[in-house]
Design a protein around this ligand. Structure first.
Ligand SMILES: C[S@@+](CC[C@H](N)C(=O)[O-])C[C@H]1O[C@@H](n2cnc3c(N)ncnc32)[C@H](O)[C@@H]1O
Length: 438
């Protein structure tokens, strides 16, 4: 069985604002967005979805008395949409920074208190002569100038001593400060050396404090706009005890799962947030960070011996693609990369299968699983129709494909120059609605 969902289309409809509920099956659209709420952009997430997609799904398929699960919460786009529609949402994400971001977006904080605490921190920071030194990770001096390290250490100490009631928001402002004052250039996603970038701005301790103030004010502004809008609506969001989307159990039944799983061979969330993880003590050491990465769906942290083995999923077409990567049929990479990439692809699909099995158990009969994913990824020159394959795997575990359409991607880019012969780019997102048929 092949579930054809990839788009061969080159022409598309431009949609201003919300996606029409009666959009035709298989359409390719481009969305021009109305001014979004500030809460969406609060907190760094390298593969943010657009809110128009969960909004379309929730309006078309659910009622306000429904409940949903978001198992790859990221920066909480689906969570915000659910809450706006008075739909209960349970969520999880394996990444500690995502959990901090979503906790901030689903808890009431006083914006005035956030500003007051930030102000106090800035005032106290001026009295520090000697900064503590508590954070350590590989290449810290390469990525953070000395005065920046001092400024961040001082901020950290002061945030820890500040009122517990606003700390999560302040940590989020701190995370943005870490990113901004590192030697990565604006717009870079990954901490990777780029020889053609010569000019790195020089920062002082005061610059660090000023950025922190700026981000604290931005966060206060976003949360006050959000709470004004939510108003009397109850914030009905619950962080689940599981942190891994492979571990969810059917303790609670949902009307739908609305999410965007990780993209294969595209974003390494741990690498993209390496600095925040260390500076916020979300990991204790470099090893700890790599161990966290091993839990990511799509991880490349796979033991060498495992990579030697050619993985078999029992989906004939997928197994041929995995073998083509392994043997280097289209592209011979160096240093065991073909074997590694082949195993990454195999593990990605096997993990997603396990996740679909768990998800199926968590849904009521007639419930839905709506997900957004890049349509095709090229790995070692081999084109993998990810969206079709995931739909096929989901159908194998019992789902029925209900609907799909495509979204033209505009701004998604990685800052690493990619060798297009073997890595390629994702051109569309595909939105797939599956049903747990009664
Ligand atoms: C495409 S992003 C989701 C983006 C989100 N829709 C948003 O708009 O911010 C995928 C998310 O899956 C998370 N993730 C990766 N592997 C996971 C796992 N095994 N369990 C739970 N979450 C995982 C990543 O941390 C990332 O936040």
């Amino acid at each position: 069985m092949t579930i054809a969902v990839e788009s061969q289309q080159t022409s598309y409809f431009t949609i201003a604002g919300d996606i029409p509920l009666d959009i035709a099956e298989g359409t390719l659209i481009s969305v021009t967005r109305n001014q979004p709420l500030k809460i969406y952009s609060l907190g760094f997430q390298p593969a943010k979805s657009i809110p128009e997609i969960p909004r379309w799904f929730l309006q078309k398929y659910l009622k306000s008395s429904s409940n949903i699960l978001e198992p790859f919460a990221g920066s909480g786009t689906s969570i915000i949409e659910a809450l706006k529609h008075q739909i209960e949402v349970d969520w999880l994400d394996y990444h500690p920074l995502s959990r901090l971001i979503c906790s901030v977006k689903t808890t009431y904080f006083s914006a005035a208190e956030v500003l007051e605490q930030a102000e106090k921190i800035i005032e106290s920071s001026a009295f520090y002569k000697q900064a503590p030194e508590t954070v350590n990770f590989a290449n810290k001096d390469f990525w953070f100038q000395k005065p920046v390290q001092e400024g961040l250490e001082i901020l950290k100490e002061l945030i820890l001593a500040s009122s517990l009631t606003t700390q999560p928001v302040l940590w989020l402002a701190f995370a943005s400060t870490v990113r901004k004052t590192s030697n990565m250039n604006d717009g870079m996603l990954l901490a990777a050396r780029r020889s053609h970038i010569k000019e790195i701005p020089q920062f002082s301790r005061e610059d660090v404090f000023n950025y922190f103030k700026f981000y604290a004010e931005k966060a206060a502004d976003a949360i006050s706009e959000w709470y004004n809008l939510v108003g009397d609506l109850r914030i009905n969001a619950r962080k689940l005890p599981w942190q891994n989307a492979l571990d969810i159990t059917g303790d609670c039944l949902y009307d739908a799962i609305v999410t965007s799983p990780p993209y294969i061979n595209a974003i390494d969330y741990v690498w993209a947030t390496k600095f925040e993880l260390h500076w916020l003590n979300m990991v204790e050491s470099d090893r700890d960070r790599l161990n966290l990465y091993a839990n990511e769906i799509g991880t490349e942290r796979i033991p060498k011996v495992e990579c030697k083995e050619l993985g078999k999923t029992n989906l004939k077409y997928l197994d041929r693609l995995i073998e083509d990567i392994y043997t280097g049929k289209k592209y011979q990479a160096s240093k065991g990369q073909n074997q590694l990439r082949s195993r990454v692809a195999y593990k990605y699909f096997m993990d997603m299968k396990k996740h679909f099995i768990r998800s199926f158990e968590c849904l009521r009969s007639g419930g839905y699983y709506c997900f957004t994913i890049g349509d095709t990824s090229r790995i070692c020159g081999v084109d993998i129709p990810v969206a079709s394959l995931l739909a096929e795997i989901a159908c194998e575990v019992g789902f029925r494909k209900q609907f799909h359409f495509h979204l033209l991607l505009k701004n998604r880019k990685l800052n690493l120059p990619r060798n297009v012969d073997w890595a390629g780019t994702i051109k569309h997102d595909t939105i797939i609605v599956l049903e747990k048929a009664v």
